[in-house]
Write a protein that binds this ligand. Sequence first.
Ligand SMILES: NC(=O)c1ccc[n+]([C@@H]2O[C@H](COP(=O)([O-])OP(=O)(O)OC[C@H]3O[C@@H](n4cnc5c(N)ncnc54)[C@H](OP(=O)(O)O)[C@@H]3O)[C@@H](O)[C@H]2O)c1
Length: 334
Amino acid sequence: MTADRGLDRLLDRGVLPGYSAVGYRLRRRGWDPDDPRPGALVGRRALVTGAGGGLGEATALGLARLGATVHLVVRSEDRAAGAVERITETLRSEGRSAALEVEVCDVSDLGAVAGFARALADRLATTNDALDVVVHNAGVLPVERTTSVDGHELTVATHVLGPVLMTELLLPVLREAPGGARVVLVASGGMYAQPLPADDPEFTAGPYRGTVAYARSKRMQVELAPVLARRWAPEGVSVFAMHPGWADTPGVASSLPLFRALTRPVLRSPEAGADTAVWLAATRTVPRSGTFWHDRSSRPTSYRFGPEPTASEVESLWRWVLRALDLEGPGRHR
Ligand SMILES: NC(=O)c1ccc[n+]([C@@H]2O[C@H](COP(=O)([O-])OP(=O)(O)OC[C@H]3O[C@@H](n4cnc5c(N)ncnc54)[C@H](OP(=O)(O)O)[C@@H]3O)[C@@H](O)[C@H]2O)c1
């Protein structure tokens, strides 16, 4: 083990230093400044959900800086206007131009996701365009148990069901990506504290806590990544889960004000939080599909005394996802 690898592990196990701006600063000293290489995504097309601010905007900026045309998926066009302006201005100040397209879709609404993904796939197909990158970044931390328009608990609808369905319906254009498409699920280090709720994915039992529901749904993303990797491998699509550490974003300010007040001096910038998602999308050698990442290194999905799900629990959750999305047979979303 190199000294750098030892330091990296120490930061990771210590959580606070690893997830903060300090961890990012220390680790980046060992990174190749030419990876991703400038222009790595020229001629490529990427989609980022929840791109109207926070980490989503920073991810869109990072991808656009590498030359990608970026589709910013937002719930309302108003929300996108500021992000488009800021990204365009930043790139202009660097002597670059930005190719940005705004798309409206509520990713927790399965009907909206199906309509949006099918329309985008058709639109790109008519111009012979592929989709190279999808970053499922949209996230939510509700105070009370809330359900989506389809009746699903909101964190699982936003973080799991919507992203899986959107990717499935974008496969016709993802499979056309030269060199293979890459899909990134933005999870959270909070998932380490929660077991996989295989028998109650909708959080119907016990007192509801938004932070617990959030962490459970992020655990689902991480545990499903290898399942999705196997499913999408024949299409040439790789999938990764990553966690951004702790970044100062509008979401943290509104959902976790006390946490923010206590940690603000060491919170990362949104760009630092988004770095690994951008890197996974553009690094030269495609990393192994199905893996979990933080600060450009693959990470364990559970620690020694942490809750590790069994293969049958993961399988049971996956069956539930397939049923919820009507993906098992000739259903309405297929
Ligand atoms: N910041 C951190 O430290 C941190 C740590 C761990 C993980 N994460 C994860 O990183 C991602 C981004 O977080 P953030 O901190 O940047 O949060 P944020 O500032 O709250 O941004 C989240 C974005 O997701 C959008 N969104 C939420 N529900 C949506 C839906 N149903 N359809 C479409 N868009 C939706 C929001 O749009 P509106 O503007 O319409 O609400 C917002 O633009 C999330 O998945 C979060 O769980 C963040």
